[in-house]
Design a protein around this ligand. Structure first.
Ligand SMILES: [Zn+2]
Ligand SMILES: [Zn+2]
Length: 125
């Protein structure tokens, strides 16, 4: 008799539109996009931003050994110090050079000072 007329509005319009996109890169890219450059010096931050931008960033598959504590704590690529050691030493986790802005105790600090010199004139005379 009367056929079951189901309203078609309930049916999925596009069942396969966005199910599985085998785009390996997009997932990786998203993961890479989350990689921050916190604590890194300008040089290292630039390097990583560049790699991210040009899809050259290669995430670590296994944790890397920290140069200071020798523990495999480094989870981000292109770093030689773990976050804790870098912070404790006030160094850039990337190149392990002094990168903390402000008081530069090492010679690397002088390098930074040279960069920011120019507006330094003035003050108590
Ligand atoms: Zn460490
Ligand atoms: Zn650095």
């Amino acid at each position: 008799m009367s056929t079951s007329s189901k309203p078609k509005s309930r049916a999925p319009a596009h069942p396969n539109t966005r199910a599985f996109k085998h785009n390996k890169n997009s997932r990786l890219t998203r993961r890479i996009a989350l990689v921050g450059t916190d604590g890194l010096c300008k040089k290292c931050a630039d390097k990583i931003e560049w790699r991210k931008k040009y899809r050259k960033y290669k995430p670590l598959s296994v944790p890397k050994k920290c140069n200071v504590c020798l523990e495999k704590r480094i989870k981000a690529a292109y770093r030689s110090l773990c976050a804790a050691c870098a912070e404790a030493a006030g160094k850039c986790p990337g190149c392990a050079e002094s990168a903390v802005e402000g008081d530069g105790e090492d010679e690397a600090g002088a390098k930074q000072r040279a960069t920011s010199s120019g507006h330094d004139a003035g003050g108590s005379a």
